[in-house]
Design a binder for this molecule. Structure first.
Ligand code: PLP
Length: 233
């Protein structure tokens, strides 16, 4: 068998990569004394075509993640015949919030009051995570650690949002296990205010084992499963 070198043939080997990642996730769960069944793997398909998402669905993937509204919205519309759960994992502008609500079942990136207000609804409920910024750079997205409780309280008092838990991206310059340990303790603080918000969205292709060891329940895995992302601007 020859390996394709075309960057656009990202679907070649897809089933193998998915199986490999699933095994890695199950192994990491067992190593942490956890049941793999309690983990939700979200395949992050940003920059890949809808056709790749369709192939993933055929392979049994039920949860997909996107980080840009325009792209997510187009793919969700094109794939509306599939029973997929769409997770919005990217930074979200308040003016796009209502539109994202219309196709995403879960929003992972709640990081400020204005966004909570924009997502308010008296008609329907969307699942969400409060995103914690593990760096000191506000541009990275997420709420500063010291503001976490205030934001959680605002989510809890806003109709139309159901808080699942806390989400974070590990910084590039910190040991991921240490970073995810901070997420775990942030999760404990969140649960004091919202006992049912037990979920932790953490762990990507390079660091999911560390996230699982620190209690992650929702993994956001891109390239390890999809292959390299196509070129983008
Ligand atoms: C792209 C992305 C991921 C997946 O990253 P990989 O390193 O490709 O696994 C996870 N979470 C967020 C927020 C992302 O933007």
């Amino acid at each position: 068998m020859t390996t394709s070198t075309s960057p656009t043939s990202s679907s070649s080997g897809l089933a193998e990569r998915l199986a490999f990642a699933r095994r890695g996730i199950a192994d990491a769960a067992r190593a942490a004394g956890r049941d793999p069944e309690e983990l939700t793997t979200i395949v992050v398909t940003k920059f890949h075509p809808a056709s790749l998402v369709r192939e993933l669905a055929v392979l049994g993937v039920t949860d997909v993640g996107e980080n840009r509204h325009q792209e997510a919205s187009a793919k969700a519309a094109e794939l509306s015949d599939l029973a997929l759960t769409w997770h919005f994992v990217g930074q979200l502008q308040s003016k796009k919030a209502r539109q994202v609500r219309s196709y995403a079942q879960v929003i992972h990136s709640i990081d400020r009051r204005a966004l909570v207000d924009a997502l308010r609804s008296d008609e329907s409920t969307v699942d969400c995570f409060v995103q914690l910024n593990l760096t000191s750079d506000p541009a990275r997205g997420g709420i500063a650690d010291g503001e976490l409780e205030h934001l959680v309280e605002h989510v809890l008092e806003t109709p139309g949002l159901r808080l699942l838990g806390v989400m974070a991206v590990a910084p590039i310059d910190e040991d991921p296990r240490a970073a995810f340990a901070r997420v775990r303790s942030a999760s404990e603080r969140v649960r004091r205010l919202a006992p049912s918000a037990t979920a932790i969205s953490a762990g990507m292709s390079q660091d999911y084992a560390a996230a699982i060891a620190e209690g992650a329940t929702h993994l956001r895995i891109g390239t390890a499963i999809t292959g390299k992302r196509p070129e983008h601007g």
